[in-house]
Ligand binder design. Structure first.
Ligand SMILES: [Zn+2]
Length: 338
């Protein structure tokens, strides 16, 4: 294990590094006020509303009503751009528990619930729990909600269940004046798929990757999507069938992993944690594949640690797992020398 974790660190925002201000097209955005080095944790914040993925309009409204005045005002000030939900069963439930049956007042109430839902849908972040078997939650984080989207992001966000905060890190060196942009979706998809996914937020992406599509970059993302799916599918197969997995099967899986690394290294997509995820798969497979893969296992574990430190920080479970993998890979490499 590496650094000791403070179980309850304060939330903070590096207002010495960035400010929020109006953008011409996308509401409020966050902008670097000074140069921000790659890997810097720019902010770390608690959710002010956290609901299960199954939550509906009434649960949300109850949660918002329970907020202190200042937080409630902050909630209503957030952008709402997602379309109304098609499921309207909640309206009948609301009607049943509503004392005020004047239809004008009821309609206003329904509009308020719909707006709250749209705010939630526009700004929510998926929060995976520590136990992968547990269902994810959806959280609202007012600072992160100000970050606009790019398919070529310069910051990375993720909920860290160990510290119960959402963290935002610089993915590369960011110059003063640049807007801080995160990706709302997995960026390893071609433009057409990304556009479909981004419809949820009700905008057409005009980022550098979407607007001036270098065809080579687009086909690289498509290749990456295919290779990533292959890695995941082969892993599932291996887990189901580990006892019969032969040296040849491991070689084949490692071949796909190395192809995926190659595509990610060609540029454009190395600025995410996808390469870190692939390196972790590589290390684990190399460890199981046995002799001949020791050097690679150590190298990949080191890279995974480096990427997880940059994107997520040393207090993330991903970083700690990569550190453990490095320890195991180093041990295996030393043993192989004997
Ligand atoms: Zn885009």
């Amino acid at each position: 294990m590496t650094a000791a974790i403070d179980p309850n660190p304060n939330s903070y925002a590096r207002h010495d590094l960035y400010e929020e201000r109006e953008t011409p097209l996308a509401g409020i955005g966050a902008f670097a006020t000074v140069a921000i080095p790659s890997g810097t944790r720019i902010f770390c914040e608690e959710s002010f509303v956290m609901l299960p993925e199954t939550a509906a309009h009434l649960d949300l409204h109850r949660a918002v009503a329970a907020l202190p005045d200042d937080k409630r005002a902050e909630f209503w000030a957030l952008a709402a751009s997602s379309k109304p939900s098609k499921d309207v069963a909640w309206v009948a439930t609301l009607r049943a528990c509503c004392d005020d049956d004047a239809s004008g007042a009821f309609n206003i109430l329904v509009e308020e619930y719909e707006r709250a839902w749209s705010i939630f849908e526009t700004n929510r972040f998926t929060c995976k729990s520590l136990d992968a078997a547990e269902p994810s939650m959806l959280g609202l984080f007012p600072r992160a909600a100000r970050l606009n989207h790019s398919c070529a992001p310069n910051v990375f966000h993720r909920y860290n269940p160990l510290i119960r905060r959402l963290t935002v890190h610089a993915l590369r060196d960011i110059a003063a004046g640049e807007e801080l942009l995160t990706s709302y979706i997995d960026i390893c998809h071609p433009t057409v798929t990304r556009r479909q996914l981004l419809r949820h937020w009700g905008f057409r992406c005009c980022c550098t990757a979407c607007d001036s599509p270098d065809e080579e970059e687009d086909s690289r993302r498509k290749r990456m999507e295919g290779l990533f799916n292959q890695v995941i599918n082969r892993e599932r197969k291996r887990v189901r069938n580990e006892a019969n997995w032969t040296a040849k099967d491991y070689e084949r899986s490692l071949g796909v992993v190395m192809k995926a690394m190659g595509v990610l290294e060609q540029g454009g997509m190395e600025e995410t944690d996808t390469l870190g995820v692939i390196c972790v798969f590589g290390t684990q497979l190399a460890g199981k594949a046995g002799r001949g893969w020791e050097e690679e296992a150590v190298e990949w574990a080191k890279r995974a640690m480096e990427i997880d430190r940059k994107c997520l920080g040393e207090d993330s479970k991903e970083y700690m797992r990569a550190a453990e993998l490095l320890e195991a890979a180093t041990r295996q490499k030393d043993l192989a020398k004997l």
